[in-house]
Ligand binder design. Structure first.
Ligand code: AR6
Length: 170
């Protein structure tokens, strides 16, 4: 996993080609990482998001980064955890994959992901981390772009989980 790195902190501080937003289907902002990204990017982000007509769960749409150090924001909508039998794993995998496909298509060298769905959407953190790492790792082995995938970790539980999973895969 030499092209995957952990960053412990606020994703809005990262100067990368794209940061990923864990949005909702309206794409009109919310709490958590979504709120932090909209606050840091400034009001122009919402103006662009209004033109996107929302986004389905498991899909992704890109905007500019405006006042963020990151050039772009890729908005994706994670699944709400409903017990695991409502296609949650497939939808979460699709979120990571669709964002990586956008990065590849635009020849982005760097992309940073938050821990999609593991906040208010309630996805179990370990299962979500396994999906994030497996999907990124497999994509990186098959594509030139992105060169590096950062996982921006905001809470200690996720940090411990990612560190453990990554050391197992070394
Ligand atoms: N930088 C990095 N990670 C963060 C930050 C930050 N600044 N702030 C929070 N996190 P959540 P979800 C982590 O709830 O579960 C919104 O209202 C947080 O610790 O933001 O996908 C949307 O509008 C957690 O690990 O997203 C949707 O309605 C992770 O980001 C809904 O929440 C995701 O938590 C989406 O829920």
């Amino acid at each position: 996993m030499e092209k995957i790195e952990l960053y412990n902190g606020d994703i809005t501080k990262l100067k990368v080609d794209a940061i990923v937003n864990a949005a909702n289907t309206s794409l009109l902002g919310g709490g958590g990482v979504d709120g932090a990204i909209h606050r840091a990017a400034g009001p122009e982000l919402l103006i662009e998001c209004r033109r996107l007509n929302g986004c389905l769960s498991g899909q992704a749409k890109m905007t500019n980064g405006y006042l963020l150090p990151a050039s772009h924001v890729i908005h994706t909508v994670g699944p709400i955890w409903r017990g695991g039998h409502q296609h949650e794993p497939e939808l979460l995998t699709s979120c990571y994959l669709e964002c990586l496909k956008i990065a590849d298509k635009n020849q982005f060298k760097s992309i940073a992901f938050p821990n999609i769905s593991t906040g208010v959407y309630g996805y179990p953190k370990k299962e979500a981390a396994q999906i994030a790492l497996t999907t990124a790792n497999s994509f990186l082995t098959k594509h030139t772009y992105p060169h590096i995938v950062l996982f921006a970790i905001f809470d200690e539980e996720n940090l411990n989980i990612y560190q453990k999973l990554m050391s197992l895969n070394d």
